[in-house]
Design a protein around this ligand. Structure first.
Ligand SMILES: Nc1ncnc2c1ncn2[C@@H]1O[C@H](COP(=O)(O)OP(=O)(O)OP(=O)(O)O)[C@@H](O)[C@H]1O
Length: 290
């Protein structure tokens, strides 16, 4: 066994030039107040010893049992939450907060309800590029509305849209700021199966066109297999870590029928099912025994 005595950020600096996002020994500890008056402090170690190299233009999915720490990991990468230990670097620079180089898509859409579809996207572009000429901003909004097939709904408000349409706005808004990495936290989790299938195909098509790095949390094995180049399988928490990273070898562009016929599909699916079953069972056993 080799034990590195270097500070974590140095090992990230030494990662290959193809590495866009580097995590070394990342941990996250939550402090919660307990007792009648909230005077007692208890520490909860959500993540421990997370090491990860994500290469440019890769589609990465994160799966793991419920509550293991997937969203916590994604919010550390987004800069919305800071790591308690270790190093998180993007393009060899430490991540110290949120930034326009990382676009975020949430399960709950997070749209401004008082703004139209067009205004929601425009607002993001204006905020990130305040000096950009208005015509250029308008062009970007138009292009992204087209990209997600919402040109006809540009003047509608979020409450007038279906869940699938709202998530299209969320995706257009995240991509309109031209991030280096797209972060998606269960983006299709609130959608019915059919709409979810359509949006997965849209994401596959958009990804083929733009090839940005994507990190997506999902609970769906089929979704992860359809879209990803790599699948990160997390262990249960507390002290959740990375059990294994699967390579998904299916050629692109992909469609779900061809993917399901690929010789590697069955083995990958079984590996993921077994992992999730094992970890979820361990969560349930821990719950019963506590
Ligand atoms: N702000 C917080 N304070 C204390 N504990 C927290 C906080 N945020 C998350 N946790 C705990 O950290 C663990 C990981 O939570 P997280 O939401 O990241 O899991 P997850 O894998 O995304 O869950 P799910 O699959 O259910 O969405 C959970 O045990 C959760 O209760």
């Amino acid at each position: 066994m080799t034990v590195s005595t270097q500070p974590e950020y140095l090992t990230c600096l030494e990662a290959g030039d193809n590495v866009q996002l580097c995590l070394r020994n990342v941990s996250k500890v939550f402090s919660t107040k307990q007792g009648l008056f909230g005077t007692k402090k208890k520490e909860f170690v959500a993540l421990e010893n997370i090491n990860l190299d994500i290469e440019y233009n890769t589609f990465v999915s994160i799966i793991g049992p419920s509550g293991c720490g997937k969203s916590t990991l994604l919010s550390i990468i987004a800069g919305l939450s800071s790591a308690s230990g270790g190093s998180v670097m993007m393009n060899k620079e430490p991540i110290i907060g949120p930034g326009p180089d990382r676009g975020m898509v949430f399960q709950s859409y997070a749209l401004m309800p008082w703004m139209t579809v067009e205004e929601n996207i425009r607002f993001a572009v204006e905020t990130v590029y305040p000096k950009m000429p208005i015509n250029q901003q308008k062009r970007i909004v138009k292009e992204h509305l087209q990209m997600v097939g919402l040109t006809g709904a540009s003047k509608k408000h979020p409450h007038e849209l279906s869940g699938g349409m709202r998530q299209r706005v969320g995706i257009a808004r995240a991509l309109a700021i031209n991030p280096d990495i797209l972060l998606m936290d269960e983006p299709f989790g609130a959608l019915d199966a059919l709409t979810r299938g359509f949006l997965q195909e849209e994401i596959e098509r958009i990804w083929e066109e733009h090839r940005k790095t994507v990190i997506m949390i999902t609970h769906s094995i089929d979704e992860a297999l359809l879209l990803s180049d790599k699948i990160i399988m997390m262990t249960k928490g507390p002290r959740a870590g990375i059990a294994q990273i699967l390579d998904v070898p299916f050629p692109r562009p992909r469609n779900r029928f061809e993917v399901e016929d690929h010789p590697a599909y069955h083995d990958l699916k079984v590996a993921m099912e077994e992992h999730l079953y094992r970890e979820t069972r361990a969560v349930e056993e821990a719950r019963v025994n506590n």
